[in-house]
Design a protein around this ligand. Structure first.
Ligand code: ATP
Ligand code: MG
Length: 212
């Protein structure tokens, strides 16, 4: 059972306070949706929760362990294995194929290439049309297809946390319904789902709303 506790979190960028004294407890088996106007700091907060950047001050506890006391290896384990992240800008690598991008989390976890690609292929087919798979280049797919690829990558392994930064911003209604269903299933299986969104369809499934 995962638990992420954030205490008095502050984050400054170029001297400007973006996150100011934010405290919260995120627990497994719940969906949290963060909303707030553009530029308020949603992406910054999600990056902090995923340990993609460090707070200026304040503490983040994973279960009872303070992140500031974890070793570099333990933080890497958290980022790679415990958190599945759907980035607002998709975080795809143009130099590698669509399949490799989908398998990237598994590859970073150390799974052998062939096995990682085979394992992630099923979920990739669920999210992308067959015609754009097959050694395809991510420069040749649309914004919505890139977002679906990023979603497929996040769902290609079992994680304790799913962090999604406006994960429905580029996809159509049919795919959004699919995403909602998948997130509810994950939540019901004990995953802690933390999203940022303005999308009413995602706001509707929130167990807790966080307004920044
Ligand atoms: N790379 C950067 N360099 C400098 N300032 C930045 C950078 N990225 C974000 N900021 C600033 O940090 C603040 C918070 O940005 P953040 O991306 O967290 O907002 P957001 O709530 O996710 O916005 P949006 O809804 O538009 O995605 C913004 O006001 C922005 O000006
Ligand atoms: Mg953002």
């Amino acid at each position: 059972m995962a638990r992420l506790e954030v205490k008095n979190l502050c984050f400054k960028r170029y001297g400007r306070e973006i996150i100011n004294n934010f405290s919260f407890i995120f627990e497994s088996g719940k969906i949290y949706v963060i909303n707030g106007s553009s530029g308020v700091g949603k992406t910054t907060l999600l990056n902090l929760l995923a340990m993609r950047c460090r707070p200026t001050s304040g503490d983040i506890f994973l279960n009872s362990d303070n992140f500031s006391t974890l070793s570099r290896q333990e933080v890497k384990e958290y980022r790679c294995r415990k958190v599945a992240y759907i980035a607002q800008d998709f975080d795809l690598i143009p130099e590698i194929t669509i399949e490799e991008n989908c398998a990237l989390s598994l590859l970073i976890q150390g799974v052998k290439r062939k096995e990682a690609i085979k394992h992630s292929e099923k979920v990739l087919r669920k999210w992308l049309n067959e015609e754009v798979i097959g050694g395809g280049n991510i420069n040749k797919i649309s914004g919505g297809q890139k977002q679906r690829l990023s979603i497929a990558r996040a769902f290609s392994f079992s994680s304790e946390f799913i962090i999604g930064d406006e994960p429905s911003s580029n996809i159509d209604n049919k795919n959004c319904i699919k995403l909602v269903k998948e997130l509810i299933d994950k939540r019901n299986n004990g995953t802690c789902v933390i999203l940022s969104s303005h999308d009413q369809r995602l706001l509707n499934i929130a167990d807790e709303l966080i307004s920044l």
